[in-house]
Write a protein that binds this ligand. Structure first.
Ligand code: FUL
Length: 498
């Protein structure tokens, strides 16, 4: 590719007659050119986290509210035992989750750590078990369990007198400082969660009334991002922070077609949140937030969904190119109820039984076109079964379709096909199809009527197309994946059969 450095072009404009020699940038590995926009490396790591827990716990756990007004007396926060974030994370780990996000300040403004920004925190509660610093204990437990961690801090604060008071005092003296305090609980946080937070009625230091703000400018997001990334460089700022998008519902599903790119405007909700936008201008991957219980984000005694229903949500979120954050509310003891713990272990077992053993690792893989190898990298079809997130299969430039055939040593029963693009080079595939065969001559469509459009970081196609019925699967010795439409040469990282 011929490239002129921007500085050279400017110099040429200022210096008539200057000869510019075009330089061809070397590409010794013959790597495919990226399709823009591409993810920041922290967004790649974030997508690889896939499935993690959400813990709504705080003042509301004790008042029974979903949205506290901000006037709750601090001593109402009164856990009956020491809150135990390690127990929260252990349950998530047993479900196959790779991390968790703890709510440490909800809209009521009560902080679960002894912040210097307000007295409305655990430091003022004065109860026997209210002193546990939740973000500190949560980060320590995550490190111990080798899990990722992050915090939810509500930008909207119904307690603060300064919120939306016409000055920037709330943002500079409260919100940014609180985010900084939290960032300091670990330089390896993977996500900070900021909800929509438009403002509204509240206590506001006793003044009451309704406060409105302009979401696009109020929270000083550029400063917030720089400050958090300066301390915790891999921390993706969700929602208000503008590095990952809400999937548009709280019911645990993403679009079957789902792009990691979208058209973001500061302060606005994404119009195509569930599906993203094929020609979006920025990398803005979707996260699906859903409840593991039948109602409410905070603990209210409602029952836990069945492992089958949660498995379905997995297929409809992680299996559709979104991450999945599943809410597990701790109760008044400061721990997760037993029923939640048991259900998480059951979910983990289902995931392991159904998606834990790749039946394709000993397949022979061939492809219609294989990109010419470079000095230190090849693009062989077999790269799709090596399980690596670094190697990938690609076609040559100008070849935007591909037929990849996996031949198994013997006929096996297949329930799911999992596909991954090497998203570091952008999301490319627009359409594909999957077929199976027992003899290599007669082919049967796999996936029922599921629209096989996008792949992205991960796509899982169930044999019958149903996400709610495990079914009987299909007998196959040959599996053929045809990429029929792609923005540029396809780059396929993995294909697995389950
Ligand atoms: C929303 C909040 O208003 C809910 O209370 C909850 O925290 C949910 C995850 O995000 O924006």
């Amino acid at each position: 590719m011929a490239m002129l450095a921007a500085g050279t072009v400017a110099l040429q404009a200022q210096t008539p007659g200057l000869q510019v020699v075009e330089e061809t940038l070397p590409n010794p590995d013959n790597e495919p050119a990226p399709v823009q926009p591409v993810p920041h490396p922290r967004q790649v790591k974030w997508m690889q986290t896939e499935f993690y827990a959400f813990y709504h716990y705080g003042m509301n756990t004790f008042t029974g509210l979903e949205w506290g007004n901000g006037d709750e007396k601090e001593n109402l926060y009164n856990p009956t035992q020491d809150p135990n974030p390690k127990q929260w994370l252990e349950a998530a780990k047993s479900a196959g989750m790779k991390g968790g996000i703890a709510v440490v300040k909800h809209h009521d403004g009560f902080c679960l750590w002894p912040t210097a920004t307000t007295t409305h925190s655990i430091a003022s509660s004065g109860n026997a078990h209210s002193g546990v610093n939740i973000p500190e204990a949560f980060a320590a437990a995550a490190k111990e369990l080798d899990m990722k961690y992050g915090f939810y801090i509500s930008p909207w604060d119904r307690n603060s007198a300064y919120y939306g008071d016409g000055t920037d005092r709330y943002v500079t003296e409260v919100f940014l400082k609180q985010c900084k305090e939290l960032a300091q609980y670990g330089d390896d946080q993977f996500e900070m969660w900021f909800d929509g937070a438009n403002g509204g009625s509240g206590y506001y230091g006793g003044k009451g009334g309704t406060r409105t703000i302009d979401r696009a400018t109020y929270y000083d997001v550029p400063n917030l991002r720089d400050m958090v990334h300066g301390i915790s460089p891999d921390c993706v700022l969700w929602g208000v922070g503008g590095e990952a998008r809400w999937i548009g519902n709280e019911a645990g599903y993403a679009g079957e077609t789902n792009w990691c790119v979208d058209n973001r405007e500061d302060g606005k909700d994404q119009p195509n949140a569930t599906q993203g936008s094929e020609n979006g201008w920025m990398w803005l991957p979707g996260e699906s937030d859903a409840k593991a219980t039948t109602s409410g984000w905070f603990w209210n005694g409602s029952s836990v969904l069945s492992a089958e229903r949660l498995f379905q949500m997995y297929l409809e979120t992680v299996g559709r190119n979104a991450t999945w954050i599943l809410n597990l509310p701790p109760d008044k003891t400061g721990s997760l109820p037993k029923a939640t713990v048991t259900r998480m272990a059951d979910l983990g077992k289902l995931l392991t039984t159904r998606l834990g053993t790749n039946l394709a690792t000993d397949a022979t893989v061939t492809a219609s076109d294989v990109r010419t190898a470079g000095a230190a990298r090849n693009y062989n079809a077999a790269n799709i079964i090596d399980g690596s997130l670094d190697t990938y299969y690609a076609t040559n430039d100008g070849v935007n379709d591909a037929v990849i055939t996996l031949t198994l040593p013997e006929t096996r029963n297949i329930h799911y096909v999992m596909l991954q693009e090497h998203i570091q080079l952008g999301q490319r595939v627009k359409a594909f199809k999957i077929e199976t065969s027992t003899d290599g001559n007669t082919w049967t469509k796999f996936g029922g009527s599921v629209p096989t459009t996008t792949i992205g970081y991960k796509r899982i196609i169930p044999q019958s197309g149903s996400t709610s019925n495990y079914g009987n699967g299909v007998k196959a010795k040959y599996v053929r994946v045809s990429i029929t439409k792609s923005k540029s040469c396809p780059v396929i990282e993995n294909i697995a059969l389950y």
